[in-house]
Design a protein around this ligand. Sequence first.
Ligand code: PAF
Length: 286
Amino acid sequence: MAEQEKLVIAHSAAQLKAAARSWREAGQRLALVPTMGALHGAHMALIERAQGLAERTMVSIFVNPKQFGPGEDFEKYPRPQEQDLRLLRQAAVDLVFMPSIEQMFPPDFASDLKAGPLAEPLCGRHRPGHFDGVVTLVAELFRQTEPDLAVFGEKDFQQLQIIRRLVESENSPIEIVAAPLVRDPDGLAVSSRNAYLSDKQRRQALNLSGTLSMLSARAAEGQPLRELERVGMAALGKAGLEVEYLEFRREHDLELAENLLRPLRLFAAARVGPTRLIDNMPVPTA
Ligand code: PAF
């Protein structure tokens, strides 16, 4: 058996390019999985998807200050570096890109982007500037890593659509691949922020996926969408969650769904204590 190749750790675009050159010269496809670290099962599913589509997989770990608003958890965001590197080695990832803030955004950085109309509803309404920060970082990551394809999870469905639009508007050849949302066996959507939940809060948080799955099934049966949204808001409020939004929207343009023309998705964000959770579910075809 061939010896397992080593995980290349690149802190700069120059180091990354040097490592990637021989792969490109050998005609190998390069996939990028952008992350903020604190890797868990859902990230590993993105990595597996990338590995199935490209000969080489690069993972970026960067907690992007531009996508955190004032008072959000940028400082507190978990950064378990050794554990992340161990997981990447176990998964036989080829390269990890761990740039510093100065490497991504030097003091003369002047390429801040706007995420556009897809960023207006849902999380964009509640986290002003968040998606501008995401697209600015992702465009810069794409520029520095030049992948053939990049994998994003459907857990952040609005982010996925915004990045698809970014790539289209820039006429970029990078293929954007969507990977399905991953749930724990109890139904909770896997997220790095779940680590903030106490046992009691976790039990409370389960109401989110439970309510979404009940509502999307009822929507598929033809019950009125606005009525279902009201029922869901009330049920989650009663369970002690502070709901930011719970809305049926069309997948392609994220406009509010006025009828049952699929593909439709139910999107929700809610706070359990101080922890903000998001989830979404497609409305099945009846
Ligand atoms: O989804 C995430 O983890 C982040 O928003 C991303 C895409 C890595 C950009 O920082």
